[in-house]
Design a protein around this ligand. Structure first.
Ligand code: FES
Length: 56
């Protein structure tokens, strides 16, 4: 599933960034070499990061 339409970032990419230490959408996207743009994906990305960190 695509999380961020602007950057074509997939859920699995966000999960990997979270496992690698990203704690918020901005740092996760930066780790993937992308930049936050419209921000519409942030709440979804935040949920994914939280769930990944909860199970880490
Ligand atoms: S959908 Fe992610 S920044 Fe626009």
């Amino acid at each position: 599933m695509v999380v961020c339409i602007c950057n074509a970032i997939r859920e699995k990419d966000v999960r990997k960034a979270a496992r690698d230490g990203a704690s918020c959408p901005a740092t996760a996207y930066e780790a993937l070499g992308r930049r936050p743009r419209c921000g519409q994906c942030f709440s979804f990305a935040r949920e994914i990061i939280a769930s990944e960190r909860a199970t880490a």
